[in-house]
Design a protein around this ligand. Sequence first.
Ligand SMILES: [Zn+2]
Length: 315
Amino acid sequence: MIAEITTLTKYKNCEKTLQNAIPCVGVGLHSGRRVHMTLRPAPVGYGIVFKRTDISDKDNIIPVSQETVVDTRMCSCVGNKDGVSVGTIEHLMAALSGFGITNILIEVDSAEVPVMDGSAIDYVTLIECAGIVKQDAPLKAVKILKEVSFDDGKGSNVCLYPAEKGLSIDFMIDFAKSKIIGRQEYSISLTERNFKDAIAYARTFGFAQEVEMLRAMGLGKGGSLENAVVVDGDVVLNKEGLRSENEFVVHKTLDAVGDLYQLGMPIIGHFSGVKSGHMHTNQLLRQLMADKTAYAIVNLDDYEESLCQALKRSA
Ligand SMILES: [Zn+2]
């Protein structure tokens, strides 16, 4: 059970932060270094902000937005004008999105967030242990008004469509080279209730040959069977096997949830991802926010009330 403290708020949908600060230690996926991370409560309007506690001679504050994403090659990485960055933020971002946390300061002493077990489940536990506080400010959401899409011309694309309520996601992957992954499709209508059970558990995955290649590039040093599903041809190398038959596509959905939360508020719309990754979702968000006719920022309480009224009128 999550300890949800209600401050005096008249809003049904409100901003949220943590009740207490909570520390954790883990391994950085690429550096292989021990990383200390502390999640801290933050005031209304603060947003999602990283702080590099190991850096003091430069600006060490990095607010998350689609504009501050500086690298999407292996993970989603945010950075500031001083070139200070934090990578592998997507699974933590997904957990924040899952709980509707809008204000938080995340301190890390490394250039990447600890990868934990490669899924979002440990971040979910951390947030539950810290507790969640409702804050006295109305929650805003990004309502998609028209279809926006990004296609890389190489068979991968992403789309956001208008929808009446909440965020729903369709994802498709197709790994012809590996029978164990193959073609997988997954659909979900996200709620705070189903995030934890439906998608938080799904681990990141990679191929044995890629692991070798990454190591040669000095990356993936922290990667192991402890924090990723490793596929070799048609075989999963992890002794415990998969957590679900479709863990691969569920993980891609988890990544999309985390990346979409770069906006810092919930989306009212439908997202579709076809063989897409971090770069595609970030490009889509940049395109969306650059077109003022494609979205509206709505007060979620007011929006839900207007939906109710419209339903009553049509009944
Ligand atoms: Zn991932």
